[in-house]
Design a protein. Sequence first.
Length: 122
Amino acid sequence: MTESEKKIIDGIDVSGTWSEFLPPKRIDFDANNRELAKFVLEKEPTFNLCIACGTCSATCAAGNLTDFNIRKLNVLLRRGEIEGIKEEIEKCMFCGKCQMACPRGVKTRNVIFNVKKAIEKL
């Protein structure tokens, strides 16, 4: 690349591609702890029916008042990323709106209750 083709903004050469500026994001599933998700699936098999559509998060009363997001919790659980789950789970008010709205019939209250129980055990 010639000097005339380079793009300089505030003294920084930005003529490269995004992959040169941002490191690739990778999730190492082998390094993550999936015991929590296994426990929840054993106790509440409807958790396996979840397609992460977001209906639960859209109707969540706690989500309207805080940054609680059941869908995010689902993803973190399945990935085995248990850091932060304990703080997230404490925001749930167990109102049951998510369970009533779920198109797949996932018993979300039981899932959250079992996550709390699993955190205490593990």
